[in-house]
Design a protein around this ligand. Sequence first.
Ligand code: GLN
Length: 420
Amino acid sequence: MRSPIPDYLTEVLDVCGGDGGGELAAYIPELAEADPDRFAMALATVDGAVYGVGDDDVRFTIQSISKPFAYALAIADRGLDAVLEKVGVEPSGDAFNELSLEVGTGRPFNPMINAGALTVHALLDDERVRRGFSAFAGRELEIDEDVFTSELETADRNRAIAFMLRSHGIVEEDAQAVVEGYTRQCSLLVDVKDLALMAATLANGGVHPVTGQRVVPHEVTRHVMAVMATCGMYDAAGDWFTSVGIPAKSGVAGGLIGALPGQVGLATFSPRLDQHGNSVRGVQVFERLSSDMGMHLMEVPPPARSLIRERTDLPGDREGEGWVFELQGSVNFVGMERVLRTLADEPPSEGAVVLDLTRVHEVRDVGRRMLLEAVRRLVADGHDVTIVDPDGMLEAFPDDHADGDVDAGGGVEVPVLRRR
Ligand code: GLN
């Protein structure tokens, strides 16, 4: 069978392909020369499938889409607190090139506007940026020297911002050098597949879906995607998040990315921009994808059926001596709450209790803590508790396992069987 997904993506490009209006970014002379009709999109899944359609091999400069990735590298290198000291996480509601500084601290409002991105860049060096971005993309990225030179010649506004940041003591490095380095960062060449994979690396908790390389720690990606959700589309962020609901970032060369946590990275390329500096057709494609494919972050799958799949008698010659609770799905807060409620409302009468995790596909940390609390209370009530965990779901928390037992805390050790 031929996969229908590229056909579907091509159809989306066709539907959104009309001249939706918009203008090329004229303030960077070299970008004003771009072919306005280029149109491409790509989708990369967190397990490494990549689909590209349209002009998906055309390269363009990453521009402001560099901001979330530089931010992620800075947090990975310096720690979140050190970065937060310099740059906030509040939507500014202003245009990307506005000098929006917090009253009192002088910090830029967020890292997605130029003031914040210049500050973040000052925390990195050029080689770290190029190498880090290459790891996000999964291939060596290069600079477009023409765009770099062209933008640097006309970068007075960014220079003004950088000098202003220095005057507030937010940037301590040489202002000119920071603008030069930031402009270089914006001039890295990518195509939509690179961008989709970069976004998928964020969506995948920091591990590149194809190379398997861990690029940044997991907790960094949650933070960065949250800032993309609230600030990634500048002064259109609220409109974007309500209608599309995907953490995103745009660039003035016409690129647009979205990172849907745990699912996919998306990217579009179409150089005509709206008044916010966001790609007109890119926004249309994202609106379409979000509604067609149910990708809005606020639209989550309905909560799983009961986590307890079945309650049965003990098997074989132990029949009548207790109960087996067969769990299924994801052991998270909501699921475990139902288990705890069932155990409280209809407590097993005397005897053994077996908690069977055979059909569980994920144990969240909170779910594990709730499960162990249930174990402690069942033991305190006089039950003889056993956990069946053939896939070692609890082993993701290695501290728990001593000689095949789980330490449930409070001096309670529970046997864990690897087989039913
Ligand atoms: N390099 C561009 C600038 O600083 C990036 C802006 C953007 O893509 N929104 O003006």
